[in-house]
Design a protein around this ligand. Structure first.
Ligand code: MN
Length: 491
């Protein structure tokens, strides 16, 4: 026995028995047993304990040799995964499924993920080579000691998997929607609410989840409540597209509230804000599922597969969409104070990083981001503080990109915004006016256009000036130099 060499059957289960109270746990007690002649059995149990992991148990010499595999059994031969050797379990455990009560060792839910028989090629001290024949698992694997401790093992697939698998996408730039008016006909379009938050792609692999922002930054640590989604997916590998949203009391997405999460990276602050400003990951697309890249599948098919995953939890949801009824939905969204709607062609492919016109956004109020090129001090009560920010956007001018002035905005700031903006604008101060062409107020404090502000407005004039604008917050997910003017395109 690799685990406890030199011990006799029955003695090996001492540790298993010591850790458990069989009056409390439904797990089986150890029994003496005869050796069987049929092929040895294996089980992989998905164990949703303090941390989700997979327990691999191999029937061997009258007991079940056991390993806890934090990221599941790999299918790809290029990957070695950690396998923590644990105490032998009784053979009865090969059939065990159920709830281990709180307070007991391994408390949580245990369910059988796969089982079957296996064939041993080699069983040596610190190295086992074998082949699974299960319902999910097949193929040759090696388990081997790797590390100082007796517990440190790895599991590795030896032969290539039978079926072709598409590689797991590592960093997808989200597909974008074009600002538009309602299309004349809404046949062939899926219509959904426009979620006012920050875009994020979730990379889910067994036991782990990574969230990447639109500019491919890893923002996982900022939104810990979304991590539990990986438990829901279990051993399924998936890449999801969606929006991180904070809802207000009325159930409306609030970009202002989300500000309390976007700019936080300290772990203790994130913990506190998770309670006061919880985020919901609103999932609207599925780009990869269990070895299949879905980006070339039509949206309708991706949506169907996404809905099949039934992802609805405390910190994530898959909101409904409809086919057609765009006009009614837009009116309803205005009535509920929502930003607008998004239309997606049912037959469209996913085009990473592109604004192809297969996705359209139709907004109730004007809304877009601008680069901040300067600021004006306040008047009256706000005399020593910030009064207004000067907005700009970039435009191609020959070989150059020039910053164009788009007006100023002096409302929508909370006290906290006023302090934070000044603090972040001061180090960017410059003497020269950054705007080309129309130059803005001469007495302004100019800055390098680095910060990006989200602005809501009543009107955008033909000259590209914002009228009746209001500050919604700073964005961190887009570099200022990419800010251009968005105009609804007639369709
Ligand atoms: Mn376990």
């Amino acid at each position: 026995m690799a685990a406890n060499p030199g011990k006799k059957d029955g003695e090996r289960l001492g540790e298993y028995e010591r850790k458990r109270d069989f009056e409390t746990t439904p797990e089986p007690a150890a029994k003496k047993r005869r050796k069987g002649k049929s092929a040895p059995r294996f089980v992989v149990q998905e164990h949703s304990a303090r941390r989700l992991h997979w327990d691999l148990r191999l029937e061997h010499e009258g007991a079940a040799a056991s390993w806890a595999v934090p990221n599941g059994i790999p299918d790809d031969p290029s990957e070695n995964r950690k396998a923590v050797h644990t105490e032998d379990h009784p053979l009865e455990y090969l059939d065990f499924e159920g709830e281990i009560p709180a307070g007991e060792y391994g408390a949580g839910t245990m369910r059988i993920w796969d089982r079957g028989t296996y064939e041993v090629e080699k069983w040596e001290e610190g190295k086992i080579v074998f082949a699974f024949s299960g319902e999910r698992l097949s193929g040759r694997y090696a388990l081997f000691r790797a590390g100082k401790s007796e517990k440190d093992w790895m599991i590795h697939r030896i032969d290539p998997p039978g079926e072709e698998r598409d590689p797991f996408p590592e960093s997808v730039v989200p597909m974008l929607a074009k600002l538009s008016k309602l299309p004349a006909g809404d046949d062939g379009w899926a219509v959904e609410v426009k979620w006012d938050g920050v875009r994020a792609i979730a990379y889910c692999r067994p036991g782990r989840l990574e969230l990447q922002s639109r500019n491919l930054n890893d923002v996982t640590a900022q939104y810990p409540e979304v991590r539990r989604l990986s438990r829901r997916l279990g051993a399924r590998e998936a890449v999801l597209d969606g929006e991180l949203v904070v809802f207000d009391e009325g159930g409306r997405p609030s970009f202002e509230r989300l500000q309390q999460r976007i700019h936080q990276t300290s772990e203790s602050v994130v913990r506190r804000r998770m309670k006061s400003h919880p985020v919901t990951y609103v999932i609207f697309d599925l780009l990869y599922l269990e070895g299949v890249n879905l980006m070339s599948e039509p949206y309708a098919r991706r949506r169907e597969l996404l809905e099949g995953l039934e992802l609805a939890g405390e910190s994530w949801q898959t909101p409904a969409n409809s086919t057609g009824h765009a006009k009614e939905l837009l009116a309803a969204s205005a009535e509920h104070g929502l930003e607008g709607i998004v239309l997606k062609r049912l037959d469209s492919r996913y085009a990473p990083g592109k604004r192809t016109g297969s996705w359209l956004k139709v907004k109730n109020l004007g809304r877009q981001e601008f680069a901040i090129g300067g600021w004006l001090p306040g008047e009256g009560r706000r005399r020593n503080r910030l009064g207004a920010i000067l907005l700009g956007y970039f435009e191609e001018e020959g070989e150059d990109r020039e910053l164009r002035y788009a007006g100023k905005v002096g409302t929508g700031f909370s006290d906290r915004d006023l302090d934070e903006l000044i603090e972040r604008l001061r180090p960017l101060a410059r003497k020269s006016n950054p705007f080309a062409g129309r130059r803005g107020p001469r007495q302004a404090n100019f800055v390098d256009p680095r910060l990006v502000a989200e602005i809501e407005f009543r009107e955008l004039t033909a000259e590209g000036m914002v009228r009746h604008g209001s500050f919604k917050g700073l964005r961190e997910d887009k570099p200022a130099e990419e800010v251009g003017l968005e105009r609804p395109e007639p369709t």
